[in-house]
Design a binder for this molecule. Structure first.
Ligand SMILES: *Cc1c(COP(=O)(O)O)cnc(C)c1O
Length: 237
């Protein structure tokens, strides 16, 4: 068994026992492997173990990996901060952009999504925990942004995503995730058909599962510590 498949099995066990505690079915939860700063060989091992969803934070690094591995059968999620001069590459190469936080970015992605590719799947990134400077919309801006996205034919709104402030306290983690889950349900109740509540990373996946996450974004627990590159956004050898 490779390191990745062993790690994958351990993560799946964490998900199962977290699900068991709250009576959820683990098959409701999609597992994204966050491969940022890891080399192609690590992703290839993950693909060999059956992993399909991958997350990248930097457009250029992600595109270089997607070009090499091919999109065939894999789903690539952009989960980093998206600058407007990178929207074309993101719209061209990624299947999902989970960090849409302004109308201008949504419109550019819509215009730049290639027509052969089918709609781009998007999540609205929400700022949870009041951390100044963190990306994401404030809760009261979710609905107007959702309205804009739904008028754009090349985008399909799937749900909400957040990166709450790190905390070692499970109750505090759950509190942040509960806030996002309430906003997700409110948006669903206003008539949007959503299926993705993207929350939970290595350190807080149990709390996220307990509060209803449908997509976990896991890096460290699957790939080990991230190599420190000379700078972000470059594919490591
Ligand atoms: C890096 C990253 C992750 C994964 O973090 P780990 O703690 O390594 O699991 C998840 N989501 C986002 C947005 C990230 O940037």
């Amino acid at each position: 068994m490779t390191d990745f498949s062993l790690a994958l099995r351990q993560v799946r066990e964490r998900i199962s026992s977290a699900c068991q505690k709250v009576g959820r079915d683990p098959s409701e939860i999609r597992l994204m492997a966050v491969s940022k700063r890891h080399p192609l060989s690590a992703i290839q091992a993950a693909v060999a173990a059956g992993q399909k969803d991958f997350g990248e934070n930097f457009v250029q690094e992600g595109v270089a990996k997607i070009e090499k591995l091919g999109p065939a059968g894999l789903r690539w999620h952009f989960i980093g901060h998206l600058q407007s001069n990178k929207t074309r590459a993101a719209a061209t190469w990624f299947d999902w952009v989970q960090t849409v936080d302004r109308a201008r970015i949504a419109r550019r992605l819509n215009e730049q999504r290639p027509h052969h590719a089918g709609p781009l799947q998007v999540c609205i990134q929400v700022r949870i925990g009041e951390e100044a400077g963190k990306s994401g919309v404030d809760p009261e801006q979710i609905l107007p942004l959702a309205e804009t996205i739904c008028e754009l034919p090349r985008l399909r709104l799937r749900g909400l995503m957040a990166i709450p402030p790190p905390s070692a306290d499970m109750e505090e983690q759950r509190g942040y995730f509960r806030q996002l889950a309430v906003l997700y349900r409110t948006l669903g109740d206003s008539g949007y058909e959503l299926d993705t509540l993207s929350m939970g990373m290595t350190a807080d996946l149990e709390a996220a599962v307990a509060e209803g996450s449908t997509m976990l974004r896991i890096g460290t627990a699957l790939f080990g510590p991230r190599p420190q590159g000379p700078r972000d956004g470059v594919v490591p050898p």
